[in-house]
Design a protein around this ligand. Structure first.
Ligand code: TXA
Ligand code: MG
Length: 349
């Protein structure tokens, strides 16, 4: 398949070009597009065939439901059978934005889109290109992250091209994304809301608006035997090719441990990568050292994480050591993704 790449400037959106991409999606085609979190791989959420094509392009198991992206609140009632009061409050506070809510689905949504579930996940992104594209595509864009299943979510069009060239109709290149980690997911179908995936909108931010929420126990504890409530969270995600280990403890002890381990691994013939921060990178003596961002700015770390994991893959790194991060604010989402990438391998020093 020939994949067209359309470059669109978010400051000066070419509506005609988006209209063209929107028509391809309405006609049953697949279009990748930027959102504020990560790039999405869009198909028409109301067409069963489009959702099937999405699963095929990603190589994703079809029991892993898709998020439907909308551009305006008026479009929500068509795809859900009930809008709880709490959802209205959360939408007022965080939509458009990086929050996904799970509702009971309406009959309009095919089971192919929801992976056979009677619920549907919905998000209204805030990225101007995403909003304009959704409108031009008919209003209901089913979109998982635009990566091959198991790879880190793409934070620039370059990585979408790497994974999806020749497999989908169009890639809308709108530059780098703002947040870099996927949206927060909260399930509102039960009596008490449940956080299914941590993201930029934190548990604390949600609780300010709707009171106490539960956290799916499988989110942070990799040893849990329970089945995650978001089916996609059970798959080994974000895994780099190199074996990643997180080292946690006092900063100097962490740096020492990583320096010693890198030397040992290099002697054993491995190609070793290190994930450090602005505050520490100068102190690493060996290995392919990358700065993920500043500890004074968690959002810089969130934005760079998936890019760095992909760079290590492209550089054929076989072993990776990463520092650990504080689990406050977006740090919870950073550690959730990093722990998954590490298969929950963490050393305390
Ligand atoms: O930021 C994001 O959410 C990005 C952008 C493109 O919007 N999308 C994204 O989609 O991350 P995806 O498919 O990679 O992850 C969606 C997650 C999966 O873990 C899936 O299992 C869960 O949402 N999910 C979808 N529908 C669900 C439902 N009805 N109930 C529970 N979990 C659901
Ligand atoms: Mg994904």
């Amino acid at each position: 398949m020939n994949t067209e790449v359309l470059v669109i400037n978010e400051e000066n959106i070419d509506k005609e070009l988006l209209e063209y991409a929107g028509n391809i999606l309405k006609g049953g085609g697949l279009v990748a597009f930027p959102t504020e979190t990560v790039y999405g791989l869009g198909g028409d959420g109301l067409q069963a065939k489009s959702s099937e094509k999405i699963y095929a392009a990603k190589g994703r198991p079809s029991d892993n439901p898709l998020i439907i992206h909308i551009a305006k609140m008026e479009d929500l009632p068509f795809i859900v059978s009930d809008i709880p009061e709490m959802a209205k409050k959360l939408a007022d506070a965080f939509w458009p934005g990086p929050l996904t809510m799970v509702f009971p689905k309406s009959d309009q949504v095919p089971y192919e889109t929801t992976g056979g579930l009677d619920t549907v996940a919905v998000r209204m992104p805030i990225h101007p290109i995403a909003l304009a594209f959704i409108q031009s595509a008919g209003g209901y864009v089913a979109a998982p992250s635009a990566n091959i299943s198991g790879k880190p979510s793409p934070t620039t069009a370059k990585y979408v091209i790497e994974d999806m060239m020749g497999k989908i109709d169009v890639i809308v290149d709108g530059g780098g994304v703002e947040i870099g980690l996927e949206s927060t997911i909260v399930d509102l179908t039960g009596e008490i809301p449940v956080l299914l995936r941590p993201g930029f909108i934190t548990k604390e931010m949600l609780e300010v608006v709707i009171g106490k929420i539960q956290v799916d126990s499988t989110i942070l504890d990799g040893t849990s035997k329970e089945k995650p409530l978001a089916p996609g969270m059970k798959y080994k995600h974000y895994a780099p090719m190199g074996e990643l280990t997180i080292v946690s403890g006092e900063p100097l002890a962490v740096i020492n441990k990583i320096n010693i381990s890198v030397k040992e691994m290099e002697q054993a013939g491995e190609t070793v990568g290190v994930i450090g921060t602005l505050e520490s990178v100068g102190q690493y003596t060996n290995g392919n050292v990358k700065c993920i961002g500043s500890r004074k700015d968690d959002s810089s770390i969130a934005r760079a994480l998936f890019r760095i994991l992909r760079e290590f893959d492209n550089e054929k790194v076989t072993v990776i050591y990463s520092e650990s991060f504080e689990e406050c604010t977006i740090g919870q989402a950073i550690m959730n993704r990093l722990l998954k990438a590490a298969g929950h391998r963490i050393i305390y020093v």
